[in-house]
Design a protein around this ligand. Structure first.
Ligand SMILES: C[S@@+](CC[C@H](N)C(=O)[O-])C[C@H]1O[C@@H](n2cnc3c(N)ncnc32)[C@H](O)[C@@H]1O
Length: 277
């Protein structure tokens, strides 16, 4: 089955089982859900980041991308020529995902943020715009993508507190984690393979604290990614898991006594749920 067909089928299954925040009674989960799905405020940052994306969509530039996300991390990168407009359109966080990242970061107020997979910087821009005082390290295998991302950060004046580290995650993740000490927000959005994602999670785990959140992208991009997510849900240390289809959010807070897992859609996608139907 193609990845697109897999994602579409998964969406229908997800939608049928999803609830809204009206069925979420735990305060912490309710707050995060509200920030992620129900905050209607529009920020200038959204317009600014999307203007940067539009500029890339019009760009004739083609870059040579070294892709470490195709095989084992640490192996040789596959080098291919990719138009910047394709990286902006297909390989970047969507506007909706970007807004969710922004709102989550705005709610969490992280001091230390780690992103795996900078791409051309769309997710980084949303995170950096929401957490202007945070120290952000973002990891990217492709020097060409990192260069485009850095230019984008400069355009919006968000480059001061963001460091882009170039190289395969197997080389950059350990040093970045040790440098940050503890991480408040981790966004894993690169190397979308079951084994790789679980290994990166494992590596990040000792650097998380009770208030940290981990965000995973592409839960339903492939059966392997869905299995990785389901495997994480089985882990006793995962105390809260919110699946909003385009992103998954995990908390390891041991104060959450009974582990909670929710599949969630905005209230407007299932309005009858607010009347208990
Ligand atoms: C989906 S894109 C990131 C999109 C970005 N986070 C956003 O929100 O717009 C994934 C990026 O991860 C990088 N990547 C994948 N596997 C990697 C690895 N093993 N080491 C380093 N970079 C990797 C790719 O080069 C690609 O640019």
């Amino acid at each position: 089955m193609s990845n697109t067909l897999y994602t579409i089928k998964s969406f229908f299954r997800f939608y049928l089982r999803a609830i809204t925040r009206f069925q979420v009674h735990a305060p912490h989960a309710y707050e995060i859900t509200s920030a992620l799905l129900e905050d209607k405020r529009r920020y200038y940052a959204f317009r600014d980041v999307e203007a940067v994306r539009r500029k890339m969509l019009d760009s004739p530039v083609v870059v040579e991308q070294e892709d470490f996300g195709v095989g084992n991390d640490g192996g040789a990168a596959m080098v291919r020529k990719v138009p910047v407009r394709q990286l902006a359109r297909i390989a970047s966080s969507s506007p909706r995902q970007g807004r969710m990242l922004f709102r989550l970061a705005q709610w969490l107020k992280p001091a230390r943020v780690l992103e795996l997979g900078t791409g051309v910087g769309i997710g980084t821009l949303y995170l950096a715009a929401a957490a202007r005082n945070a120290r952000i390290i973002t990891l990217e295998g492709s020097a060409a993508c990192a260069h485009v991302a850095h230019t984008n950060l400069e355009i919006l004046g968000l480059d001061k507190n963001v460091q882009i580290r170039t190289g395969p995650f197997s080389h950059t993740l350990g040093p970045a984690l040790r440098e940050l000490g503890k991480v408040d927000l981790v966004f894993i959005d690169g190397h979308h393979q079951q084994k790789a994602v679980l290994e990166y999670m494992e590596q990040c785990r000792p650097f998380l604290h009770a208030g940290s959140l981990v965000v995973l992208d592409n839960l339903y991009w492939s059966a392997g990614m869905t299995s990785a997510w389901e495997q994480l849900l089985q882990e006793p240390s995962v105390r809260l898991a919110l699946d909003v289809f385009e992103l998954g959010v995990l908390s390891f807070n041991p104060d959450i006594r009974v582990s909670q897992q929710y599949r969630l859609v905005p209230v407007r996608w299932k309005p009858w749920k607010q009347w208990g139907l």
